[in-house]
Write a protein that binds this ligand. Structure first.
Ligand code: SF4
Ligand code: SF4
Length: 303
């Protein structure tokens, strides 16, 4: 595997419970990655690859600021060029505390940050919090600070969520930072709460690759490690578990043909997985290939 990017789901816990959350994070989430494990993963990944970027997200990583900062320091010591975090900005509630935290994050090596702002976060996180967080980060000298914006359709769409998001971005214009837009996928709570907004797509054909960062199963360049130790190349698609096999070996021994689930997904796509499950299947139940893929894999034992 020619690994270029490493991601950690630091925690499944979040102060928020957004209706679109694809990770299904909430205040009830109780999994957190241990610092010792995180340090080992970074060391092992760097030993077998030339990592260009490292990201921590969640849940909300800044519910554990000391842990997050300690892990960033390790990534900096290992000379990973891009050190990134995705946060909802809740830690900007108190301006002075936010300024102190932003300085610590800068010193720890953080150079890229996405702050989530959209219609889905607003009911849980007042706009002042991410605004204060962004301003503190800019003042601390973090190189790349962007709004991370989830859209149902597009920024010009007429639905009530994208409409509200457009209004929020107007209000945030004085902060003068760019926005990075991602289209919400039919995964997790988004599927339960926003189903009517997803246009049904063809279920036929091989897996075309994960759309957010463009990972492809034949040669994934990015992996995400969960607090449980699961090492994933796509939504809930594990290629091993660090509690059973060292991460360095999981990375260096990866070969898509040896993983029965991934072989089927590459050659036949999610419809190919259907042959291996004993489950009533109605095509109309599924929005797209990824929805079908994730649902079938819940019942699939070949991996
Ligand atoms: S803030 Fe992010 S992680 Fe938390 S519930 Fe909302 S989308 Fe999920
Ligand atoms: S969810 Fe399945 S079909 Fe979709 S990109 Fe991931 S592996 Fe491919």
């Amino acid at each position: 595997m020619n690994l270029k990017r490493l991601e950690f789901t630091l925690t499944t816990k979040c102060n928020s419970q957004c209706i679109h959350c694809q990770a299904c994070a909430s205040p009830l989430g109780n999994e957190v990655m241990q610092v010792k494990d995180a340090h080992n993963y970074l060391t092992e990944a760097v030993a077998v690859s030339r990592l260009k970027s490292f990201m921590i997200f969640g849940g909300e990583p800044m519910l554990y600021p000391d842990r997050t900062i300690t892990i960033f320091k390790k990534a900096k010591a290992l000379k990973i060029p891009e050190i990134e975090m995705l946060t909802n900005g809740v830690w900007g509630k108190d301006k002075q505390k936010a300024e102190k935290l932003a300085k610590k994050l800068k010193e720890a090596g953080l150079n890229t940050i996405g702050i989530s702002v959209d219609a889905f976060h607003l009911p849980h996180i007042p706009l002042d919090y991410p605004r204060n967080a962004a301003q503190a980060l800019l003042e601390a000298g973090i190189e790349k600070v962007t709004w991370n914006v989830a859209l149902v359709e597009s920024l010009n769409a007429a639905n009530k969520y994208d409409d509200e998001t457009r209004r929020l971005l107007e209000m945030l214009k004085p902060v003068r930072i760019a926005a990075h837009f991602t289209k919400i996928m039919p995964v997790g709570r988004a599927l339960q709460n926003l189903r009517q907004y997803f246009t049904p797509m063809s279920l036929e054909g091989p897996c075309g690759g994960e759309s957010v960062i463009g990972n492809v199963l034949k040669n994934p360049e990015s992996i995400c490690i969960e607090p449980s130790g699961e090492v994933e190349v796509c939504w809930h698609l594990a290629i091993g578990n660090t509690k059973k096999k060292p991460l360095g070996r999981i990375i260096s021994e990866y070969e898509w043909r040896r993983n029965p689930t991934i072989k089927i997904l590459v050659e036949k796509g999610p419809m190919g997985l259907l042959e291996s499950v004993d489950k009533q299947f109605r095509k109309t139940q599924y929005v797209d290939k990824c929805h079908l893929c994730i649902e079938i894999r819940k019942n699939f034992s070949a991996s």
